[in-house]
Ligand binder design. Structure first.
Ligand SMILES: O=C(O)/C=C(\CC(=O)C(=O)O)C(=O)O
Length: 294
């Protein structure tokens, strides 16, 4: 793997939609800079540098106030780039780490001090070599108070993961709603299965994110303006208004063949959360509860 990839829009449009004051982009990443924070030897993609300065400039351009930076698989379990970005944010960013499950209490406390409030378990085979459920459960039982677990999986393994998720004793946040096939519509099999998961516990949250991935032309969707995503996801946000989060997913890893315009992504917000109250919950109240409770 030698070629470094650019997966972000060079000149995203200014959104027509204005987020409420204090809005949080609750799913984004930083890449490198590689000279300072080398990528993991196990990385499945090798991106160009997309550091904190670029992330914070995009935040301001899109009208957001805060970021939740999620450690991306290309940095493995070395969270230094994520921690560096949080440290440079003047308190306006917090993060989700990926850890070696053998991490000890002192290691977790250091992450907490650096602004981390959760850990991510990634089950996508194209992104990680292994996902040891027993070791994941062990560390999930030892997290600092107030932390949660973020899980990234695709819809076809939701049922298989149910016993594992049931055993996690802290709140769960599901990336991109477990990647349902949005073309099935709001009452399709994938959304029904996801609703059953949400109904099994009241502390499971979800990210109403990634129309560009879930309604991608390369996956058989229609692409921007992502109509199937809007009609499948709006009812979910309406029915679970206190458990949803939103994020850009910038710099859009692995979307280099269909790079989304971040301004258009922001313009999806009123289509999935049509009222001011829903927008405030999605963008401010919910992420603040999860990431800035202290
Ligand atoms: O970041 C995302 O939302 C999605 C990713 C990349 C990723 O998660 C990672 O590298 O850890 C994907 O589907 O390729």
């Amino acid at each position: 793997m030698t070629d470094r990839i650019i997966s972000w829009h060079a000149n995203p449009s200014k959104p027509r939609y204005t987020p409420p004051p204090g809005a949080v982009d609750a799913h984004c990443h930083v890449f490198g800079p590689m000279a300072q924070f080398p990528f993991s030897a196990k990385a499945k993609y090798l991106p160009e540098d997309a550091g904190p300065d670029m992330l914070f400039a995009l935040r301001d351009h899109l009208g957001f106030a805060r970021n939740v930076i999620v450690q991306a698989s290309c940095h493995g379990t070395d969270n230094a780039a994520t921690l560096d970005a949080i440290a440079k944010s003047n308190g306006l960013a917090r993060g989700v780490a990926v850890v070696d499950p053998a991490i000890d209490a002192a290691g977790l406390a250091a992450l907490h001090d650096g602004g981390i409030r959760g850990i991510r378990f990634n089950f996508l085979k194209r992104l990680v070599d292994d996902a040891p459920k027993d070791k994941f459960l062990d560390v999930a039982r030892r997290l600092p108070a107030g932390w949660h677990v973020v899980i990234y999986f695709e819809a076809d393994i939701l049922e298989e993961l149910r016993p594992f998720m049931d055993a996690i004793p802290v709140p769960l946040v599901i990336d991109h709603m477990g990647r349902p096939d949005v073309r099935q519509g709001p009452d399709g099999a994938d959304m029904k299965a996801f609703r059953a998961l949400l109904n099994s516990r009241d502390d499971i949250w979800f990210k109403a994110t990634c129309p560009d991935r879930l309604d991608a032309i390369k996956e058989g969707g229609a692409g921007d303006p992502w109509d199937a995503f809007a009609s499948a996801v709006a009812p979910l946000v309406a029915d679970y208004p206190d458990r949803c989060l939103w994020g850009t997913d910038w710099p859009h890893p692995n979307m280099d063949t269909e790079i989304p315009d971040d301004g258009h992504l922001v313009d999806m917000i009123p289509r999935i959360a049509p009222t001011a109250e829903l927008q405030r919950k999605l963008l401010v109240d919910n992420p603040m509860r999860l990431y800035w409770a202290d």
